[in-house]
Design a protein around this ligand. Structure first.
Ligand SMILES: [Zn+2]
Length: 107
C-alpha cells in the first residue's frame, strides 16, 4: 500500500494521517504521559479523553516537516516524530514557537 522508499508525493501528504498505520503510530509514540514538544506543556497535558482532533488531543509532529521529507520512510520514522497537541501541530509554521500567552487561533 505504501512504498517507503518512494518519494513523498502530494497524495501521500494528503492521505497518510488518515491511515491506520499513522493512527497506530500516534498511539504508540504519543503515550499518556507525553508532553507536547511544541508548547512544552504550556497548554497543559496532552488529553486522550476528548473528541478526535480536539486542539488538546494527541498528534505527532515531524521534526523534519512532512513536506520536506525526502522519502516516504521519513514520514513514519519514530526518530523524526515527537508528541504534540493536535492544535499546536496544526498551528505550526516551520518551527516558529507558539507564544504561551497566545489564545485562540489567529493564523
Ligand atoms: Zn502543545
Amino acid at each position: 500500500m505504501y512504498d517507503d522508499e518512494g518519494p513523498v508525493t502530494d497524495e501521500l501528504l494528503a492521505t497518510f494521517r488518515g491511515s491506520r498505520r499513522w493512527k497506530r503510530l500516534v498511539l504508540e509514540l504519543c503515550t499518556p504521559d507525553s508532553v507536547c514538544a511544541l508548547c512544552s506543556g504550556a497548554r497543559g497535558p496532552i488529553r486522550f479523553d476528548l473528541r478526535p482532533h480536539h486542539s488538546l488531543g494527541p498528534s505527532l509532529d515531524h521534526v523534519t516537516p512532512a513536506s520536506r521529507c525526502r522519502s516516504a520512510w521519513q514520514l513514519w520514522d519514530p526518530a523524526n516524530l515527537q508528541p504534540a497537541h493536535f492544535g499546536c501541530n496544526a498551528g505550526k509554521r516551520d518551527r516558529v514557537p507558539v507564544p504561551a500567552t497566545l489564545r485562540g487561533w489567529t493564523w
